[in-house]
Design a protein around this ligand. Structure first.
Ligand code: HSE
Length: 429
């Protein structure tokens, strides 16, 4: 059987997973790809670092040129992470006529166009299944299995760290800080959790899925973003009372050629399958105009799940069952689609106010909502003492700007202390 040489850039969690899968499933991979895959070089920062995995001598290098200049290496797997360096390595690899596989959502969301164009010009393949939702084969699903559809919606839990934190807050009653600390101790959350808890990671992944699904270039800066730092255990409890569970959802919808793109904490009906996606699991629900609703569930991170997506891409390249021209079609046929301003988006809302328990507050508040065309579905009120009481509302579908205007006017009422929370609701209709 013919041998093919590949190189891995970066040997962290995912790189190790790729190595393990290539070794453990060697026989199956040979049968399916028709090649014997040899990892001939692995780029690391420190060759002498002690590692759990024993590697053949001469495989490790700290010089990217050993890989780029080696014409016998046909595929480069980029797993160094970060942005500029990874981008430079991928472009150089393509220009050296090597196919490229990456798990790097940050680079694709920022420089996808340049990468696709370079791959086309150089007539090499560029695959990135692992960049969105780790082990879940969502990219291939959109690019291949669902091509008969016009995709109308994608709604996903695509960040495992935040889903772990929110699950802990929901099941154990922990505060955000306690749940974050636990996630960090268990290695689910990074020491600097910003990218996950503030929603950036989910924004990049949503930009990639939405570009592919709606055939347009989606600038990640056009996606409305709100993280989970402000979610309190009080909101989790109120949500439960109203029959909801709080999740960080990434939402992309297309209606009348306009896109609605947002990442934010969301109240999800507790009996919906999305509400039951717990811990670090990911799930993506796609609505296509032919297939209807389709949901994928699985591990969005981790050495073997993400490695599974990476090795799947390597095998696809070896089988060459998608030609560069197929990627070109996805690139060239892009239409311009306007992204709605967040104020124009429509949702149902959960709103929690802190107020002084004085006559007329409820009536005044309800009147303001009514004047702004915001219709209320239910209200609950709890009086702690005269100076602090809580009013929690669920609204019908309302335009965001009407909600904002209502709250600005409500804050001018004499007996209102604070707008504690505004969280959107997704009812999957
Ligand atoms: N940090 C991500 C998550 C995994 O928590 O889901 C990598 O994208």
């Amino acid at each position: 059987m013919e041998k093919v040489k590949i190189a891995i850039l970066g040997f962290g969690n995912v790189g190790t997973g790729v190595w393990k899968i290539l070794l453990e499933n060697k026989k199956e991979i040979m049968k399916r790809s028709n090649y014997e895959i040899e990892v001939s070089k692995i780029l690391v920062q420190n060759i002498d670092k002690k590692r759990d995995i024993e590697l053949p001598s001469g495989v490790l290098t700290d010089n990217i040129n050993d890989i780029i200049n080696d014409d016998s290496i046909k595929i480069v797997v980029e797993l160094v992470g970060g942005r500029e360096e990874a981008m430079e390595y991928m472009i150089r690899a393509m220009k050296a006529k090597k196919h490229v596989v990456t798990a790097n959502k940050l680079v694709i969301a920022n420089y996808g166009k340049e990468l696709f164009e370079t791959a086309d010009q150089e007539d090499v393949l560029f695959y990135y299944e692992a960049s969105v939702a780790g082990g879940i084969p969502i990219i291939r699903e959109i690019k291949e299995s669902l091509t008969a559809n016009r995709i109308e919606q994608i709604i996903g839990i695509i960040n495992g760290t935040t889903n772990y934190i929110l699950s802990k807050m929901t099941t154990d009653g922990s505060s955000f800080d306690e749940a974050l600390k636990e996630a960090q101790d268990l290695g689910f959350a990074e020491a600097d959790p910003t990218s996950d808890v503030d929603g950036y990671d989910a924004v990049y992944k949503l930009a990639i899925m939405a570009s592919l699904s709606f055939g347009t270039d989606v600038d990640h800066d056009s996606i409305y973003r709100e993280g989970i730092r402000n979610i309190s255990d009080i909101d989790i409890e109120y949500a439960k009372k109203f029959g909801y569970t709080i999740k960080l959802l990434a939402i992309a919808k297309e209606e009348n050629n306009k896109l609605e793109l947002r990442v934010h904490p969301t109240l999800v009906p507790s009996n919906h399958p999305m509400a039951n996606v717990n811990d670090a699991f990911n799930a993506i629900l796609i609505k296509g105009n032919a297939v209807g609703e389709l949901m994928l569930y699985g591990k969005g991170a981790g050495d073997l799940p993400t490695g599974s997506a990476v090795v799947g891409d390597i095998i696809s390249i070896l089988r060459n069952n998608v030609k560069p021209s197929d990627l070109k079609i996805l690139n060239d046929e892009k239409d311009f689609k306007e992204v709605k301003k967040w104020e124009e988006n429509e949702s149902e809302f959960y709103i929690r106010l802190d107020f002084k328990d004085k006559a007329g507050v409820l009536g005044d508040t309800a009147k303001i909502f009514g004047k702004n065309n915001v219709s209320i579905v239910s209200i609950t009120q709890e009086v702690e003492h005269q100076d602090h009481a809580t009013l929690a509302f669920i609204t019908h579908k309302s335009v965001e700007k009407n909600i904002r205007h209502s709250l600005e006017q409500i804050m001018e009422l004499e007996n209102i202390n604070k707008v504690e929370s505004i969280i959107r609701i997704e009812s999957f209709k």
